[in-house]
Ligand binder design. Structure first.
Ligand code: G6P
Length: 479
Protein backbone atom coordinates (compact mmCIF):
# COMPACT_ATOMS: atom_id res chain seq x y z
CA UNK A 1 0.00 0.00 0.00
CA UNK A 2 1.50 3.27 -1.06
CA UNK A 3 -1.14 5.83 -0.12
CA UNK A 4 -4.18 4.92 1.95
CA UNK A 5 -7.84 5.28 0.96
CA UNK A 6 -9.01 5.21 4.56
CA UNK A 7 -7.12 6.84 7.42
CA UNK A 8 -7.78 6.75 11.12
CA UNK A 9 -6.20 9.15 13.59
CA UNK A 10 -6.37 8.56 17.34
CA UNK A 11 -4.08 9.26 20.25
CA UNK A 12 -4.09 5.66 21.46
CA UNK A 13 -3.44 3.08 18.80
CA UNK A 14 -4.57 -0.52 18.47
CA UNK A 15 -1.40 -1.90 20.04
CA UNK A 16 1.02 -0.88 22.74
CA UNK A 17 4.55 -2.15 23.22
CA UNK A 18 6.64 -3.24 26.15
CA UNK A 19 10.30 -4.13 26.42
CA UNK A 20 10.71 -7.72 27.59
CA UNK A 21 13.45 -8.82 30.01
CA UNK A 22 15.74 -9.83 27.14
CA UNK A 23 15.34 -6.36 25.55
CA UNK A 24 13.05 -7.54 22.77
CA UNK A 25 9.75 -5.81 22.04
CA UNK A 26 6.45 -7.38 23.07
CA UNK A 27 3.06 -5.94 22.20
CA UNK A 28 -0.55 -6.13 23.30
CA UNK A 29 -3.93 -4.72 22.35
CA UNK A 30 -4.49 -1.09 23.43
CA UNK A 31 -7.19 -0.48 26.10
CA UNK A 32 -10.33 1.68 26.45
CA UNK A 33 -13.64 2.14 24.68
CA UNK A 34 -12.19 3.97 21.71
CA UNK A 35 -9.81 1.18 20.79
CA UNK A 36 -12.49 -1.50 21.39
CA UNK A 37 -14.77 0.36 19.02
CA UNK A 38 -12.14 0.67 16.37
CA UNK A 39 -10.54 -2.75 16.66
CA UNK A 40 -12.43 -4.03 13.62
CA UNK A 41 -10.77 -1.30 11.57
CA UNK A 42 -7.37 -2.84 12.18
CA UNK A 43 -8.37 -5.73 9.92
CA UNK A 44 -9.14 -3.48 6.92
CA UNK A 45 -6.79 -3.25 4.01
CA UNK A 46 -6.00 0.07 2.37
CA UNK A 47 -6.12 1.60 5.82
CA UNK A 48 -3.52 3.65 7.64
CA UNK A 49 -3.97 4.13 11.38
CA UNK A 50 -1.94 7.03 12.76
CA UNK A 51 -1.49 7.16 16.54
CA UNK A 52 0.97 8.48 19.10
CA UNK A 53 3.82 6.54 20.68
CA UNK A 54 2.69 6.49 24.33
CA UNK A 55 5.75 5.07 26.06
CA UNK A 56 9.47 4.58 25.58
CA UNK A 57 8.77 1.07 24.29
CA UNK A 58 6.33 2.49 21.73
CA UNK A 59 8.96 5.03 20.72
CA UNK A 60 11.52 2.31 20.31
CA UNK A 61 9.09 0.30 18.17
CA UNK A 62 8.22 3.36 16.10
CA UNK A 63 11.83 4.17 15.41
CA UNK A 64 12.78 0.57 14.62
CA UNK A 65 10.07 0.19 11.97
CA UNK A 66 10.88 1.41 8.45
CA UNK A 67 9.28 4.83 7.96
CA UNK A 68 7.73 4.48 11.40
CA UNK A 69 5.25 1.99 9.96
CA UNK A 70 4.52 -1.20 11.85
CA UNK A 71 3.08 -3.64 9.43
CA UNK A 72 1.07 -6.81 9.47
CA UNK A 73 4.06 -9.09 9.33
CA UNK A 74 5.37 -7.88 12.65
CA UNK A 75 2.20 -7.06 14.51
CA UNK A 76 -0.62 -9.06 13.03
CA UNK A 77 -3.12 -6.30 12.61
CA UNK A 78 -4.79 -7.90 9.63
CA UNK A 79 -4.76 -5.44 6.75
CA UNK A 80 -4.14 -2.05 8.33
CA UNK A 81 -0.79 -0.36 8.68
CA UNK A 82 -0.12 1.42 11.95
CA UNK A 83 2.06 4.47 12.09
CA UNK A 84 3.14 5.57 15.56
CA UNK A 85 4.27 9.17 15.84
CA UNK A 86 7.30 9.83 17.95
CA UNK A 87 6.27 13.19 19.41
CA UNK A 88 8.83 14.89 21.71
CA UNK A 89 7.99 13.72 25.28
CA UNK A 90 7.40 17.22 26.69
CA UNK A 91 5.12 18.25 23.84
CA UNK A 92 3.27 14.97 24.22
CA UNK A 93 2.87 15.30 28.00
CA UNK A 94 1.56 18.86 27.71
CA UNK A 95 -0.85 18.00 24.90
CA UNK A 96 -2.06 14.65 26.24
CA UNK A 97 -1.88 14.79 30.03
CA UNK A 98 -2.38 18.48 30.62
CA UNK A 99 -4.60 19.80 27.83
CA UNK A 100 -6.49 16.69 26.67
CA UNK A 101 -6.91 14.66 29.86
CA UNK A 102 -6.70 17.29 32.61
CA UNK A 103 -8.60 20.03 30.81
CA UNK A 104 -10.78 18.94 27.87
CA UNK A 105 -11.82 15.67 29.57
CA UNK A 106 -12.70 17.60 32.75
CA UNK A 107 -14.75 20.13 30.77
CA UNK A 108 -16.73 17.56 28.78
CA UNK A 109 -17.39 15.42 31.87
CA UNK A 110 -18.06 18.52 34.03
CA UNK A 111 -15.60 17.32 36.66
CA UNK A 112 -14.05 20.51 37.99
CA UNK A 113 -14.15 21.55 41.64
CA UNK A 114 -14.27 25.15 40.49
CA UNK A 115 -12.95 27.04 43.57
CA UNK A 116 -9.44 25.93 42.58
CA UNK A 117 -9.58 24.58 39.06
CA UNK A 118 -9.42 25.27 36.20
CA UNK A 119 -6.72 27.89 36.19
CA UNK A 120 -5.88 29.28 32.76
CA UNK A 121 -2.62 31.21 33.09
CA UNK A 122 0.42 31.82 30.91
CA UNK A 123 1.75 28.31 31.60
CA UNK A 124 -1.47 26.80 30.39
CA UNK A 125 -1.24 28.84 27.21
CA UNK A 126 2.23 27.42 26.64
CA UNK A 127 0.80 23.92 26.95
CA UNK A 128 -1.94 24.87 24.53
CA UNK A 129 0.79 25.62 21.97
CA UNK A 130 2.01 22.06 22.50
CA UNK A 131 -1.50 20.75 21.90
CA UNK A 132 -1.44 22.58 18.57
CA UNK A 133 1.96 21.14 17.75
CA UNK A 134 0.80 17.63 18.62
CA UNK A 135 -2.23 18.03 16.32
CA UNK A 136 0.09 19.35 13.61
CA UNK A 137 2.26 16.22 13.85
CA UNK A 138 -0.81 14.11 13.10
CA UNK A 139 -1.76 16.45 10.25
CA UNK A 140 1.64 15.98 8.65
CA UNK A 141 1.39 12.17 8.79
CA UNK A 142 -2.13 12.18 7.38
CA UNK A 143 -1.62 14.55 4.48
CA UNK A 144 1.45 12.65 3.36
CA UNK A 145 -0.15 9.21 3.80
CA UNK A 146 -3.53 9.89 2.15
CA UNK A 147 -4.45 8.95 -1.42
CA UNK A 148 -6.43 11.41 -3.56
CA UNK A 149 -9.98 11.86 -2.17
CA UNK A 150 -9.25 9.51 0.72
CA UNK A 151 -11.51 9.43 3.75
CA UNK A 152 -10.08 10.39 7.14
CA UNK A 153 -11.67 9.45 10.46
CA UNK A 154 -10.31 11.59 13.30
CA UNK A 155 -11.05 10.39 16.84
CA UNK A 156 -11.72 12.30 20.00
CA UNK A 157 -10.88 15.40 21.99
CA UNK A 158 -7.13 14.95 21.68
CA UNK A 159 -7.35 15.82 18.00
CA UNK A 160 -9.99 18.54 17.82
CA UNK A 161 -7.79 20.89 15.77
CA UNK A 162 -6.84 18.28 13.22
CA UNK A 163 -9.78 18.41 10.75
CA UNK A 164 -9.21 22.09 10.02
CA UNK A 165 -5.45 21.59 9.74
CA UNK A 166 -5.77 18.85 7.14
CA UNK A 167 -8.51 20.58 5.18
CA UNK A 168 -6.22 23.60 4.79
CA UNK A 169 -3.55 21.44 3.17
CA UNK A 170 -5.61 18.79 1.39
CA UNK A 171 -9.06 20.06 0.41
CA UNK A 172 -9.64 16.86 -1.60
CA UNK A 173 -9.84 14.74 1.56
CA UNK A 174 -13.18 13.87 3.13
CA UNK A 175 -13.00 14.17 6.88
CA UNK A 176 -15.06 13.01 9.83
CA UNK A 177 -14.41 13.77 13.49
CA UNK A 178 -15.87 11.49 16.14
CA UNK A 179 -16.13 12.26 19.89
CA UNK A 180 -16.08 9.30 22.28
CA UNK A 181 -16.86 11.55 25.24
CA UNK A 182 -19.91 13.61 26.12
CA UNK A 183 -19.87 17.22 24.93
CA UNK A 184 -20.19 20.02 27.47
CA UNK A 185 -23.16 22.36 27.25
CA UNK A 186 -22.28 26.02 26.48
CA UNK A 187 -22.86 27.01 30.14
CA UNK A 188 -19.88 24.79 31.10
CA UNK A 189 -17.83 24.99 27.90
CA UNK A 190 -17.66 28.76 28.40
CA UNK A 191 -15.15 28.34 31.23
CA UNK A 192 -12.48 27.72 28.57
CA UNK A 193 -10.66 30.87 27.44
CA UNK A 194 -12.78 32.34 24.61
CA UNK A 195 -10.09 32.00 21.95
CA UNK A 196 -9.44 28.37 22.84
CA UNK A 197 -13.16 27.52 22.89
CA UNK A 198 -13.50 28.96 19.39
CA UNK A 199 -10.33 27.29 18.11
CA UNK A 200 -11.60 23.87 19.25
CA UNK A 201 -14.97 24.31 17.56
CA UNK A 202 -13.47 25.73 14.38
CA UNK A 203 -10.96 22.89 14.34
CA UNK A 204 -13.71 20.28 14.42
CA UNK A 205 -15.81 22.16 11.87
CA UNK A 206 -12.97 21.65 9.42
CA UNK A 207 -14.56 18.20 9.00
CA UNK A 208 -17.41 17.34 6.63
CA UNK A 209 -19.15 15.34 9.29
CA UNK A 210 -18.92 15.48 13.09
CA UNK A 211 -20.13 12.42 15.03
CA UNK A 212 -21.22 11.77 18.62
CA UNK A 213 -22.40 8.79 20.64
CA UNK A 214 -25.65 10.38 21.83
CA UNK A 215 -28.09 12.99 20.60
CA UNK A 216 -27.51 14.81 23.90
CA UNK A 217 -23.84 15.35 23.13
CA UNK A 218 -24.52 16.28 19.48
CA UNK A 219 -27.06 18.90 20.55
CA UNK A 220 -24.69 20.35 23.14
CA UNK A 221 -22.06 20.71 20.41
CA UNK A 222 -24.53 22.45 18.10
CA UNK A 223 -25.48 24.85 20.90
CA UNK A 224 -21.78 25.61 21.43
CA UNK A 225 -21.41 26.36 17.71
CA UNK A 226 -24.29 28.83 17.94
CA UNK A 227 -23.06 30.42 21.15
CA UNK A 228 -19.33 30.77 20.54
CA UNK A 229 -19.06 30.99 16.76
CA UNK A 230 -22.43 32.57 15.99
CA UNK A 231 -22.65 29.83 13.39
CA UNK A 232 -25.99 29.16 11.79
CA UNK A 233 -27.42 25.82 12.91
CA UNK A 234 -30.25 24.11 11.09
CA UNK A 235 -31.89 22.08 13.87
CA UNK A 236 -34.04 20.16 11.39
CA UNK A 237 -31.17 18.72 9.36
CA UNK A 238 -28.63 19.14 12.18
CA UNK A 239 -26.10 20.94 10.01
CA UNK A 240 -23.83 23.86 10.82
CA UNK A 241 -23.27 26.57 8.25
CA UNK A 242 -19.75 27.79 8.92
CA UNK A 243 -16.98 29.28 6.80
CA UNK A 244 -19.02 28.86 3.62
CA UNK A 245 -19.53 25.10 4.14
CA UNK A 246 -22.24 22.92 5.61
CA UNK A 247 -21.02 20.49 8.27
CA UNK A 248 -23.30 17.59 9.18
CA UNK A 249 -23.59 16.47 12.79
CA UNK A 250 -24.59 12.84 13.31
CA UNK A 251 -25.22 10.36 16.10
CA UNK A 252 -23.70 6.89 15.90
CA UNK A 253 -24.44 4.93 19.06
CA UNK A 254 -21.60 2.44 19.24
CA UNK A 255 -22.77 -0.99 20.40
CA UNK A 256 -21.03 -4.07 21.75
CA UNK A 257 -19.31 -6.49 19.42
CA UNK A 258 -21.63 -9.42 20.25
CA UNK A 259 -19.99 -11.95 17.97
CA UNK A 260 -16.44 -11.09 18.93
CA UNK A 261 -17.25 -11.01 22.64
CA UNK A 262 -19.01 -14.36 22.61
CA UNK A 263 -16.16 -15.96 20.68
CA UNK A 264 -13.59 -14.55 23.11
CA UNK A 265 -15.68 -15.58 26.13
CA UNK A 266 -15.78 -19.18 24.90
CA UNK A 267 -12.02 -19.55 25.38
CA UNK A 268 -10.47 -21.71 28.10
CA UNK A 269 -8.91 -18.84 30.05
CA UNK A 270 -12.38 -17.33 30.55
CA UNK A 271 -13.80 -20.69 31.64
CA UNK A 272 -11.00 -21.06 34.19
CA UNK A 273 -11.71 -17.62 35.63
CA UNK A 274 -15.42 -18.35 35.70
CA UNK A 275 -14.79 -21.46 37.77
CA UNK A 276 -12.58 -19.49 40.17
CA UNK A 277 -15.21 -16.77 40.53
CA UNK A 278 -17.95 -19.31 41.21
CA UNK A 279 -15.82 -20.76 43.94
CA UNK A 280 -15.18 -17.32 45.40
CA UNK A 281 -18.78 -16.11 45.37
CA UNK A 282 -20.46 -19.43 46.23
CA UNK A 283 -24.24 -19.19 46.34
CA UNK A 284 -24.25 -15.51 47.23
CA UNK A 285 -25.71 -12.93 44.84
CA UNK A 286 -23.08 -11.14 42.80
CA UNK A 287 -23.14 -7.38 42.26
CA UNK A 288 -20.49 -6.44 39.72
CA UNK A 289 -18.88 -3.28 38.45
CA UNK A 290 -16.10 -3.05 35.85
CA UNK A 291 -14.40 0.29 35.23
CA UNK A 292 -11.18 2.03 34.54
CA UNK A 293 -10.51 4.07 37.69
CA UNK A 294 -11.60 7.40 36.25
CA UNK A 295 -13.16 10.36 38.01
CA UNK A 296 -16.12 10.17 35.65
CA UNK A 297 -16.94 6.58 36.61
CA UNK A 298 -18.21 7.55 40.07
CA UNK A 299 -16.79 4.50 41.82
CA UNK A 300 -16.71 6.02 45.31
CA UNK A 301 -20.43 6.86 45.25
CA UNK A 302 -21.11 3.40 43.85
CA UNK A 303 -19.32 1.82 46.82
CA UNK A 304 -21.18 4.16 49.16
CA UNK A 305 -24.44 2.94 47.61
CA UNK A 306 -23.43 -0.64 48.32
CA UNK A 307 -22.69 0.34 51.90
CA UNK A 308 -26.08 2.01 52.18
CA UNK A 309 -27.72 -1.14 50.79
CA UNK A 310 -26.18 -3.12 53.65
CA UNK A 311 -27.38 -0.53 56.18
CA UNK A 312 -30.92 -0.08 54.86
CA UNK A 313 -31.45 -3.75 54.05
CA UNK A 314 -29.37 -5.75 56.53
CA UNK A 315 -31.01 -8.94 55.29
CA UNK A 316 -28.46 -8.88 52.43
CA UNK A 317 -25.49 -9.11 54.79
CA UNK A 318 -23.76 -12.40 54.20
CA UNK A 319 -25.93 -13.08 51.14
CA UNK A 320 -24.31 -10.82 48.61
CA UNK A 321 -20.80 -10.14 47.30
CA UNK A 322 -19.80 -6.95 45.53
CA UNK A 323 -17.02 -7.49 43.05
CA UNK A 324 -15.52 -4.19 41.92
CA UNK A 325 -12.95 -4.20 39.14
CA UNK A 326 -11.28 -0.81 39.09
CA UNK A 327 -8.45 -0.91 36.60
CA UNK A 328 -5.63 1.66 36.64
CA UNK A 329 -5.97 4.68 34.40
CA UNK A 330 -4.14 7.97 33.81
CA UNK A 331 -1.79 7.66 36.76
CA UNK A 332 0.04 10.76 35.52
CA UNK A 333 -2.94 12.98 36.41
CA UNK A 334 -2.75 13.84 40.16
CA UNK A 335 -6.55 13.86 40.63
CA UNK A 336 -6.66 10.30 39.34
CA UNK A 337 -4.07 9.15 41.86
CA UNK A 338 -6.03 10.73 44.70
CA UNK A 339 -9.22 9.19 43.41
CA UNK A 340 -7.68 5.74 43.24
CA UNK A 341 -6.65 6.12 46.88
CA UNK A 342 -10.14 7.11 47.93
CA UNK A 343 -11.62 4.11 46.10
CA UNK A 344 -9.25 1.84 47.99
CA UNK A 345 -9.90 3.57 51.32
CA UNK A 346 -13.69 3.34 50.91
CA UNK A 347 -13.49 -0.34 50.01
CA UNK A 348 -11.38 -1.07 53.07
CA UNK A 349 -13.80 0.81 55.34
CA UNK A 350 -16.77 -1.19 54.04
CA UNK A 351 -15.02 -4.47 54.69
CA UNK A 352 -13.98 -3.34 58.17
CA UNK A 353 -17.51 -2.27 58.98
CA UNK A 354 -19.43 -5.30 57.71
CA UNK A 355 -16.96 -8.15 57.10
CA UNK A 356 -17.21 -11.29 59.22
CA UNK A 357 -15.05 -14.37 59.60
CA UNK A 358 -16.78 -16.07 56.68
CA UNK A 359 -17.98 -13.14 54.56
CA UNK A 360 -16.03 -10.49 52.68
CA UNK A 361 -18.67 -8.00 51.53
CA UNK A 362 -16.54 -6.30 48.89
CA UNK A 363 -13.75 -7.57 46.67
CA UNK A 364 -11.86 -4.79 44.94
CA UNK A 365 -9.49 -5.86 42.16
CA UNK A 366 -7.20 -3.33 40.57
CA UNK A 367 -5.15 -5.50 38.23
CA UNK A 368 -6.49 -5.45 34.71
CA UNK A 369 -7.53 -8.94 33.63
CA UNK A 370 -9.70 -8.97 30.50
CA UNK A 371 -10.73 -12.66 30.55
CA UNK A 372 -11.71 -12.26 34.22
CA UNK A 373 -13.93 -9.29 33.31
CA UNK A 374 -15.64 -11.41 30.65
CA UNK A 375 -16.14 -14.29 33.09
CA UNK A 376 -17.66 -11.94 35.64
CA UNK A 377 -20.13 -10.58 33.04
CA UNK A 378 -21.27 -14.14 32.52
CA UNK A 379 -22.00 -14.68 36.21
CA UNK A 380 -23.22 -11.33 37.58
CA UNK A 381 -26.72 -11.05 39.05
CA UNK A 382 -26.55 -7.26 39.07
CA UNK A 383 -24.31 -4.97 37.06
CA UNK A 384 -23.78 -1.45 38.42
CA UNK A 385 -22.84 1.25 35.89
CA UNK A 386 -23.22 4.65 37.56
CA UNK A 387 -20.95 7.23 35.83
CA UNK A 388 -21.38 10.93 36.54
CA UNK A 389 -21.19 11.40 32.79
CA UNK A 390 -20.06 9.04 30.07
CA UNK A 391 -19.97 9.25 26.27
CA UNK A 392 -21.47 5.76 25.94
CA UNK A 393 -20.16 3.17 28.46
CA UNK A 394 -19.64 -0.15 26.76
CA UNK A 395 -19.64 -2.10 30.04
CA UNK A 396 -23.40 -1.50 30.22
CA UNK A 397 -23.70 -3.15 26.82
CA UNK A 398 -21.12 -5.91 27.16
CA UNK A 399 -22.48 -7.20 30.51
CA UNK A 400 -25.99 -8.11 29.30
CA UNK A 401 -24.53 -9.46 26.05
CA UNK A 402 -22.49 -12.09 27.88
CA UNK A 403 -24.78 -12.78 30.83
CA UNK A 404 -25.59 -16.47 31.21
CA UNK A 405 -28.55 -16.37 33.60
CA UNK A 406 -29.69 -12.81 32.95
CA UNK A 407 -28.31 -9.87 34.92
CA UNK A 408 -30.17 -6.79 36.11
CA UNK A 409 -28.58 -3.52 35.04
CA UNK A 410 -28.49 -0.50 37.36
CA UNK A 411 -27.59 2.37 35.04
CA UNK A 412 -26.86 6.07 35.36
CA UNK A 413 -29.13 8.42 33.45
CA UNK A 414 -25.94 10.33 32.50
CA UNK A 415 -24.35 7.58 30.38
CA UNK A 416 -24.87 7.71 26.63
CA UNK A 417 -25.87 4.03 26.90
CA UNK A 418 -29.04 5.16 28.69
CA UNK A 419 -30.46 6.20 25.30
CA UNK A 420 -30.54 2.56 24.20
CA UNK A 421 -31.02 0.74 27.50
CA UNK A 422 -33.27 2.85 29.72
CA UNK A 423 -36.44 0.80 29.14
CA UNK A 424 -35.05 -2.35 30.74
CA UNK A 425 -32.39 -1.01 33.11
CA UNK A 426 -33.05 0.37 36.60
CA UNK A 427 -32.16 4.02 36.07
CA UNK A 428 -30.43 6.12 38.73
CA UNK A 429 -29.22 9.65 39.30
CA UNK A 430 -25.48 9.03 39.79
CA UNK A 431 -25.22 11.62 42.57
CA UNK A 432 -28.05 10.05 44.55
CA UNK A 433 -26.47 7.36 46.68
CA UNK A 434 -29.73 6.39 48.40
CA UNK A 435 -31.54 5.98 45.11
CA UNK A 436 -28.67 3.84 43.83
CA UNK A 437 -28.78 1.69 46.98
CA UNK A 438 -32.52 1.17 46.53
CA UNK A 439 -32.03 0.31 42.85
CA UNK A 440 -29.48 -2.34 43.87
CA UNK A 441 -32.03 -3.73 46.33
CA UNK A 442 -34.75 -3.78 43.68
CA UNK A 443 -32.37 -5.40 41.18
CA UNK A 444 -31.49 -8.15 43.66
CA UNK A 445 -35.18 -8.84 44.20
CA UNK A 446 -36.22 -9.02 40.53
CA UNK A 447 -37.83 -12.39 39.87
CA UNK A 448 -35.52 -14.60 37.79
CA UNK A 449 -37.87 -14.68 34.85
CA UNK A 450 -38.26 -10.92 34.64
CA UNK A 451 -34.54 -10.46 35.03
CA UNK A 452 -33.88 -12.83 32.14
CA UNK A 453 -36.49 -11.18 29.92
CA UNK A 454 -35.09 -7.72 30.61
CA UNK A 455 -31.55 -8.91 30.05
CA UNK A 456 -32.46 -10.45 26.70
CA UNK A 457 -33.94 -7.16 25.54
CA UNK A 458 -30.91 -5.26 26.84
CA UNK A 459 -28.59 -7.63 24.98
CA UNK A 460 -30.54 -7.19 21.78
CA UNK A 461 -30.26 -3.42 21.92
CA UNK A 462 -26.65 -3.57 23.07
CA UNK A 463 -25.48 -5.14 19.81
CA UNK A 464 -27.70 -3.09 17.49
CA UNK A 465 -24.73 -1.18 16.06
CA UNK A 466 -21.59 -3.31 16.42
CA UNK A 467 -18.20 -1.61 15.92
CA UNK A 468 -17.70 -2.59 12.32
CA UNK A 469 -21.06 -1.16 11.25
CA UNK A 470 -20.61 1.85 13.50
CA UNK A 471 -17.38 2.69 11.68
CA UNK A 472 -18.88 1.95 8.27
CA UNK A 473 -21.71 4.39 9.08
CA UNK A 474 -19.22 7.16 9.72
CA UNK A 475 -17.46 6.51 6.42
CA UNK A 476 -20.79 6.35 4.63
CA UNK A 477 -21.64 9.77 6.06
CA UNK A 478 -18.71 11.04 3.97
CA UNK A 479 -20.23 9.71 0.73
C1 G6P B 1 -11.95 5.97 26.68
C2 G6P B 1 -12.71 7.21 26.37
C3 G6P B 1 -12.16 7.87 25.13
C4 G6P B 1 -10.65 8.06 25.25
C5 G6P B 1 -9.99 6.75 25.56
C6 G6P B 1 -8.50 6.85 25.72
O1 G6P B 1 -12.18 5.03 25.69
O2 G6P B 1 -14.08 6.94 26.18
O3 G6P B 1 -12.81 9.09 24.98
O4 G6P B 1 -10.13 8.57 24.06
O5 G6P B 1 -10.55 6.23 26.74
O6 G6P B 1 -8.12 7.28 26.98
P1 G6P B 1 -6.67 6.93 27.53
O7 G6P B 1 -6.68 7.31 28.98
O8 G6P B 1 -6.53 5.46 27.35
O9 G6P B 1 -5.73 7.71 26.73
Amino acid sequence: MDKAQILVASNRGPVSFSVDDDGSLGFRRGGGGLVSGLSAVAAETDTLWVCAALSDADRKAASSAPGGRLDKAGFDLGGALVRMLDIPPRTFANAYTSVANSTLWFVHHMLYDTPNKPHFDADFRGRWDDYREYNAAFAEALVTGAAENARVAVQDYHLALLPRMIRGRRPDLRITHFSHTPWAPPEYFRMLPAGIARELLEGMLGADHVGFLSQRWADAFLRCCETFLRAEVNWGTRTVDFGGRLVRVGVHALGADGEGLRARAAADDVAARRAALRELVGDRKLILRVDRTELSKNIVRGLAAYRELLVRHPEWRGRVTHLAFAYPSRGDVPEYREYTESVQRTAKEINEEFGTADWTPLILEVNDDYPRSLASYQLADVLLVNPIRDGMNLVAKEGPTLSQEGCALVLSTEAGAADDLRDDALMVNPYDVTETAEALHEALLLPAEERRARCERLAERAVALPPQRWFAEQLRALG
